[in-house]
Write a new protein. Structure first.
Length: 164
């Protein structure tokens, strides 16, 4: 029985067509997968560790005390990188903290300006850092922009309603 093949189907000499399974996924010659094709379509399972992480954990399990003693000795000997490593572990850089700034109820542009003045005053007096003040002012600006968009939508809806 002679068969001719074309892509994903074959045809027997009697005219019957049979579907073939999809061709196997083949990597390119340079060892990389073809564009849009993955060798592992399900991805890495949750919680799976990389080889590097596993290796580092094994090293620390066996030699952690010796490594820590070496880093401390280097820091005491004046190695600033070792000092930074130790200080970063003891007292990490704070990521975020709640801040309290008395802001007025924002209902118009004048209220937003008053709120921005309160933020600038809090930064100037040291109650909040300049970075925190910048984040607060961005939050205030976003609120004002969204409120202006809401007002614009209401006005357009009223104009459309009046037009009918």
């Amino acid at each position: 029985m002679a068969m001719t093949t074309s892509e994903n189907s074959c045809e027997a000499s009697n005219g019957a067509r049979h579907e073939l399974p999809n061709p196997p996924i083949v990597a390119r010659r340079n060892g990389r997968w073809a564009k849009g094709v993955s060798g592992n379509p399900n991805g890495r399972p949750d919680g799976a560790l990389s080889r590097k992480t596993i290796h580092v954990r094994q090293l620390l399990d066996t030699d952690a005390e010796a490594v820590i003693a070496k880093v401390i000795a280097a820091a005491l000997g004046g190695d600033m990188t070792a000092c930074k490593m130790i200080l970063d572990r003891i007292s990490p850089v704070p990521r975020d903290r709640p801040v309290t700034v008395a802001l007025p109820s924002i209902s118009n542009a004048q209220d937003a300006m008053t709120g921005l003045a309160a933020i600038v005053s809090a930064v100037g007096s040291g109650v909040v850092s300049p970075l925190e003040g910048e984040n607060l002012s961005r939050l205030l600006r976003s609120y004002v922009e969204l409120d202006a968009l809401r007002t614009l939508e209401q006005r357009v809806a009223e104009l459309e309603k009046a037009k009918k």
